[in-house]
Design a protein around this ligand. Structure first.
Ligand SMILES: Nc1nc2c(ncn2[C@@H]2O[C@H](COP(=O)(O)OP(=O)(O)OP(=O)(O)O)[C@@H](O)[C@H]2O)c(=O)[nH]1
Length: 336
């Protein structure tokens, strides 16, 4: 965000403001941020989501612009770092103050325009017209000044955000990593899910993959062998992860794979291929060189449906996973 110099920033403000006026968008800091970014056309994903919201609601409801602001304009990792929270709050507050100034100057300018129009109607000599022109000139100057000050504030926010983004991304890496497998952990999975769902259109699929009988494997070969098996399966799943996929270990021998822009049919084929692949492995525990008995996984597959929430999607995938386990394990299950 805000990767522009002051001149560009001012030009963008001038493009953003008429758009906001046309669509009757309230002048909040969130909205200024969103429409500034929208006018810059630098973030096609944001523009897509805004266009979709406009088609759906005819305007940009406050709750949507707040969400978009946090998702696209602030580093989303801030949710995970308390320390940086107050810095972001200060940044938003200072932009908010500037917003109030710019809006009141624009409101004044609006009044000036109205008065000028009236005065011009009644003006009947050159002196009166000259006075009206002077009034207009003063109003334009002040409104212009306010826009330029706001543009400078946005420019100053750029560097602050860049520093915060770097700090927060370091913090995030540590809190969302599963130390055992080096995949994302449950927290990372949740963040990814919450980020992907608003942009998905019934084509985001979740695979819940669970190693079968891990408890028995632990008992038979020892817990260390079980842990080593979890790492082995993690590597195998990662090796088959498609480009548009995301994988995390949730707990024990349970993994979640999120596949963007992947409908049920394709996702089920991948689930079946993963299941088949695991069941065909000959796995030897490296510490004792013992060959483990056949290792299998069960998979629950669910594709996002209508206005489903993240929790509902996970619950449906869990339901199918349970169904696969109850139907004898080493199988996949999904809705028809
Ligand atoms: N080795 C190892 N075992 C773990 C770890 N975390 C959880 N487990 C074990 O994984 C097992 C998970 O149990 P469940 O998922 O209920 O059942 P399961 O034995 O895998 O059997 P099904 O899921 O019904 O196929 C438990 O026995 C846990 O002790 C871990 O980090 N390492």
């Amino acid at each position: 965000m805000f990767q522009h110099n002051i001149k560009q920033a001012n030009q963008l403000m001038r493009s953003a403001i008429p758009l906001m006026v046309k669509l009757d968008i309230p002048p909040t800091p969130y909205n200024y941020g969103i429409w500034y970014e929208y006018a810059s056309n630098k973030n096609p994903k944001l523009n897509q989501v805004v266009d979709r919201a406009l088609r759906r609601f005819g305007s940009l409801p406050a709750f949507v612009s707040k969400e978009l602001f946090h998702e696209f304009l602030l580093p989303e990792e801030h949710k995970h770092a308390q320390r940086q929270g107050s810095a972001l709050k200060n940044l938003t507050t200072s932009l908010g103050d500037e917003t109030t100034t710019v809006s009141s100057e624009l409101a004044k300018f609006n009044r000036t325009l109205r008065d000028t129009k009236k005065a011009l109607k009644n003006a009947n000599d050159a002196t009166q017209i000259e006075q009206v022109a002077l009034l207009l000139d003063q109003g334009t100057f002040k409104a212009n000044q306010a826009i330029e000050t706001f543009g400078r504030s946005l420019f100053a926010a750029q560097e602050e955000l860049a520093t915060l983004r770097a700090q927060l991304s370091d913090a995030k890496k540590n809190t969302e990593l599963d130390a055992m497998t080096l995949l994302a952990n449950e927290k990372g999975f949740e963040r990814s899910l919450f980020t992907l769902i608003p942009h998905a259109e019934d084509d985001l699929t979740l695979l819940l993959i669970d190693i079968d009988n891990l408890g028995e494997i632990n008992q038979e070969y020892g817990k260390k062998a079980g842990t080593s098996l979890i790492r082995y399966v993690a590597k195998l799943l990662l090796g088959q992860l498609p480009e548009n996929g995301f994988i995390a270990r949730l707990n024990g021998g349970r993994f979640a794979m999120l596949l963007s822009e992947t409908e049920l049919g394709i996702a089920s084929q991948l689930a079946e291929s993963l299941r088949n692949d695991v069941s065909n492995q000959k796995i030897r525990y490296k510490n004792t060189k013992v060959l483990l008995r056949q290792v299998t996984v069960s998979v629950g597959v669910a594709t996002l449906f209508g206005d489903e929430s993240p929790t509902e999607l996970v619950e449906r995938a869990q339901h199918y996973l349970l169904y696969a386990k109850r139907s004898g394990k080493n199988r996949i299950a999904h809705h028809e």
